[in-house]
Design a protein around this ligand. Sequence first.
Ligand code: C2O
Ligand code: CU
Ligand code: CU
Length: 455
Amino acid sequence: MSFTRRQILAGLAGLTVVGLGAGGARYWLGRPFDRKTHDYELIAAPFDMELVPGHKTPVWGFGPQAPGTEIRCRQGDLLRVRFINKLPEQTTIHWHGMRIPLEMDGVPYVSQLPVLPGEYFDYQFVPPDAGSYWYHPHLASSKQLGRGLVGPLIIDEREPTGFAHERTLSLKTWNVDEEGAFTPFSIPREAARAGTRGRLSTINGVPRPVIELPAGQVVRLRLINVDSTMTYRINLPGAESRIYALDGNPIEPRDLGKEYWLGAGMRLDLALKVPAEGTELSLRNGPLRLATIKSVASTDAPAEWPPALPANPVAEPDLAKAETIKFNFEWAAALADPNQAGPAQYWQINGQAWDINDKTCADRPIATLKLGNHYIFELRNMAQYLHPVHLHGMSFKVISSDRKKIIPYFTDTYLLGKNETARIAFVADNPGVWMFHCHVIDHMETGLMAAIKVA
Ligand code: C2O
Ligand code: CU
Ligand code: CU
């Protein structure tokens, strides 16, 4: 296969992504016969976008849109992404939720060097798990994610599921004013609290879109919270909807219920039984409308709820032989020295704040795990602010909380509530140095990050 330079030079009009599909199999001798290759050329570049009608916002995007091009691969196939950096600054891509080798994890100075302006980097990996994931840079995050560098990554199940229809809905609340100009992505006062919130909520880059769905069909809605701060309280009043997967990982389907709290970085696969033609539903964040869902005529026969999605091949932690390690997520803003040189440090894990500008932080892991051993992490939130706690490289099972009843499930991000203590468990089966952080980007950049070493 070949990547053409033409698209790089052609400017915005040429910012297309080439999905070469199954081509190239003949170049890869020794691979299992049925492993296909999915190739993309992904360009990060600045462009103007009309988020506010009649105004231009100078966004940065992956591909010709923000949120970026939807990247798709089948579970167990090979995904190759040639990432080309046409931004004025260095960056990387991290594949959120992917259990892949460290070299592909996109963390600067840990996995790879930053990709400089004008350079490219070839990412390639075999996604072991199906589900809804996403991708984003792992440096200068408040600015780069804030400007729009986020995108959906969908891994199709190895075998077809019972869903004939689906939509990807990437949720982002932009930090823009009424004229579409960016407002600060990070304000110290907010960083020391819930994180700096945007003002304009969008789905796939459109404020309050109307989403047309086929009447009588069951549609898989892949809700992906690509925002840097927001916890969306997802609800769909009057709808028949069931949760099929959390953060990519299937669960026994259950009703959506009153609302589901979708923290930054988290995903929700919701099945919606679309009502009779002409009916409108409101997809909401608490009381606020995110989108109008409108049912339109469908020629397909009415559908029933599909069976549960097949489980991902995540190793089952054995709690009886697991070692417990405690992590306190602490609020340290009262101690922060306003005259301190370097970035503010408002947050700590076990008394340590991550310094976002110190390239050597990952050399001092907060915990070292033995490859193949089983662990329980006890996560304790010492403050009133929510922390969507995320671990790279491995999925973990949420096993208990002192605040709510947990039906154990696998995930890569757990929304740790106000003053909550929760326990998660996993098998340390992926060697490397893995980031462990809060996905409220303001928190991550002001201390709430650590490295977990597996060796
Ligand atoms: Cu979405 Cu460090 O990750
Ligand atoms: Cu991640
Ligand atoms: Cu946090």
